[in-house]
Design a protein around this ligand. Sequence first.
Ligand SMILES: NC(=O)c1ccc[n+]([C@@H]2O[C@H](COP(=O)([O-])OP(=O)(O)OC[C@H]3O[C@@H](n4cnc5c(N)ncnc54)[C@H](OP(=O)(O)O)[C@@H]3O)[C@@H](O)[C@H]2O)c1
Length: 238
Amino acid sequence: MGHSLQGTRVLVLGGTSGIGLATAQAAAAAGANVTVASRSSDKVGAALAQIGHRASGTSLDTTDDSALEAFFEKQPEWDHLVVSVAAGRSAGLRDMSLQDAYGNMNAKFWTAYKTAKLARITPEGSLTLVSGFLSQRPNKDALLQGCINAALESLGRGLALTLAPVRVNTISPGLIDTPIRAAMPADRKKAMLEHAATTLPARRVGQAEDVAEAILMVMTNPFTTGSTVFIDGGGMVA
Ligand SMILES: NC(=O)c1ccc[n+]([C@@H]2O[C@H](COP(=O)([O-])OP(=O)(O)OC[C@H]3O[C@@H](n4cnc5c(N)ncnc54)[C@H](OP(=O)(O)O)[C@@H]3O)[C@@H](O)[C@H]2O)c1
């Protein structure tokens, strides 16, 4: 039987939107005391209103090394920690400036690496990273995103050894309908989601809650560590 989340301290970096927010809500519903963090104080406030009374939140830019260090220094041990911070806009090799490319790697990969280095997690606890199935299925229009996700999946496996007995796992989502595509033109987004819903073996578009459910599974299953779990509606085999 999995560990209970009742009364545990759970931190979700990037927990104010999409997959992170759904994870924070699911953990709180399972009895955890949840803290969410992201850059925008408005998003933190809105997320706390949705998660409920036991939740707390803070504005934190995880690309700011000193702010991240100061945050973890002040905090007692966490039971479970989830990193669901998004990188910036994806683009192909020739369409993205080097500055944006470095920024994306910084936001997504280095956030996870630094968090593993700085956070204190109880020995029975867990660290869960969120990558993405482009790690295995490269897309020329999101070349770097695939590389970042592959690096994260490798990091998760290595950390399972480095941080043991803390369990470390990576959840690798396929296409999930979250605010990550808020800037995409509505008609393009609609066409993309409709295409996914008709072609994926699961015949539906992924929801943040589908991914959150898998995150809670790896958080609480005491024999799961070093795993990468694909929640992609069959996107990898399609
Ligand atoms: N949705 C998909 O289709 C999909 C597919 C594969 C993988 N993923 C991965 O899943 C993860 C979560 O994605 P999502 O769809 O849930 O995205 P989302 O809804 O845009 O949420 C991203 C979260 O990251 C926070 N964030 C971004 N930069 C940050 C920074 N520098 N410091 C702190 N927080 C920061 C955002 O809040 P602020 O803006 O307030 O900082 C937000 O809470 C990402 O790593 C994404 O690449 C998503």
